[in-house]
Write a protein that binds this ligand. Structure first.
Ligand code: PLP
Length: 430
């Protein structure tokens, strides 16, 4: 019998962690693995190895960054080479120039970029830039989109119509939340109404071009077109939050995939190769407002960290030269087909949303094109599926409001295991 992901050693660490960390963890979703998280000793390729001696196929990939899998040799080599020279200088280095040139070549030709340390910092800076550029205060976001953990985006609204947001976290002042409008995703009529009512006061519209934080929800073509048109007409900046989709849907991210263009592009996750990162990219005109050139403040001790830059550069080179997009797309497709095959035989309504290498399964609902529909899916059954798969050695996120991610190492044996375990686990829990 193979070891379970979380055994005695994980349990003992968890007991200590409960005393140390609120809710036992340092980021909430990690606590959703029950009865306690598995603790990881190391990762390699498609696999995580737990402190209890289990090997599990990882379909979470650190919630998106590790599209090359764990410990990809060329990323490891780049980091080791950079580390051997030192790791933090408080002064610029070559790697940040090389990485910036590469990224801008794909997402904002002729534009500029600022590296920060997380997606959260990046969306915060993007919003500040939009406000600084337009001189307006309001931000528009969409129900179910997640943009990190700062006040302006921890806001949601209660009903289907667009209206002023209310805080979704204690500690976010109502006065701040009232500056964030919330509208349903994929709803062009609601979008038109918000712009009719508030258009001349909106500084920026921030959107996940594919939602990855209410499960996976693709955008409707007409929604993207309307977003672009209405923000242009009203003078608001369109902020594409590509923290997940950037370099995942292809080298040009969602912009290339859907043939759209954002005024500000927010990046994170993949561009840091597994190290803490975020980035804001935009036109020269917009970006030159950032300090020290302009008056919109941003700074960071760790901005453009040399190890992150080295890992990011190696990752992007691998994305250019290795068949990452084909392999990860095919892996996700194989998982989708296996799940459909089992579910079709049950007659249960279900939806699988997949865009390239990101996907999610919603059981009990015919369609998921917004967050309200995603929340109606059978969460309990999904959690059972997650538990059953983990018991059999495959890790999918513990909530169907997260995404399943595939990557370069999901081929051969790892993919066969993942597909087989998904199929058998579904049969068990349905
Ligand atoms: N934007 C999106 C779309 C995200 O999915 C996330 C994190 O999952 C963030 C922003 C925040 O990024 P970070 O966790 O690096 O702060």
């Amino acid at each position: 019998m193979e070891a379970l992901a979380s055994g005695e050693k994980s349990r003992m660490l968890f007991e200590r962690a409960k005393e140390l960390f609120p809710g036992s963890v340092n980021s909430p979703v990690r606590a959703a693995v029950k009865p306690y998280p598995f603790y990881v000793e190391r990762g390699e390729g498609a696999y995580l190895y737990t402190v209890d001696g289990a090997r599990i196929v990882d379909l979470v990939l650190a919630y998106g960054p590790l599209i090359l899998g764990h410990k990809h040799p060329r990323v490891l080599e780049a980091i080791e080479e950079a580390l051997a020279r030192g790791w933090l200088y408080g002064a610029p280095g070559e790697a940040e120039v090389l990485l910036a040139e590469k990224i801008l070549g794909y997402v904002k030709k002729g534009g500029m970029i600022r590296f920060v340390n997380s997606g959260t910092e990046a969306t915060m800076t993007a919003i500040r830039l939009a406000r600084g550029y337009t001189g307006r205060d309001l931000i528009l976001k969409f129900d179910g989109c997640y943009h990190g953990s700062h006040d302006a985006v921890l806001v949601a609204a209660g009903s289907a119509a667009a209206h002023y947001g209310v805080p979704t976290s204690a500690g976010v002042p109502e006065a701040v939340a009232r500056l964030t409008l919330v509208s349903p995703y994929n709803d062009v009529e609601a979008l038109e109404r918000v712009f009719a009512d508030y258009g001349d006061r909106i500084a920026g519209v921030i959107v996940e071009p594919v939602i990855a934080n209410a499960g996976v929800i693709p955008p409707r073509r007409e929604f993207l077109t309307a977003l672009q048109r209405l923000s242009r007409e009203s003078g608001a900046l369109l902020i594409l939050d590509e923290v997940v989709t950037g370099f995942r849907l292809g080298l040009e991210g969602a912009q290339g995939y859907f043939n759209i263009e954002g005024d500000i592009i927010v990046l994170g996750k993949i561009i840091g190769g597994g190290f803490p990162v975020g980035a804001v990219a935009g036109s020269r005109e917009v970006m030159s407002l950032l300090t020290p050139q302009g008056k919109v403040f941003n700074a960071g001790t760790f901005n453009a960290h040399p190890i992150t830059m080295a890992a990011g550069l190696a990752t992007l080179k691998a994305l250019e030269e290795e068949p990452v997009y084909r392999v990860s797309r095919e892996a996700a497709k194989a998982l989708e087909e296996a799940a459909s095959e089992v579910l079709d035989r049950t007659g249960l309504p279900y939806t699988i949303n997949r865009v390239e290498s990101m996907m999610q399964l919603f059981i009990g609902v015919e369609e998921v094109s917004n967050a309200a529909q995603a929340r109606k899916a059978d969460q309990k059954l999904y959690v059972k599926l997650h538990e059953e798969m983990l018991r059999r050695g495959v890790f999918i996120a513990p909530s169907n409001l997260e995404a399943v991610f595939t990557g370069l190492p999901h081929q051969s044996e790892a993919l066969e295991i993942a597909v087989e375990v998904l199929r058998n686990s579904l049969k068990t829990v349905l």
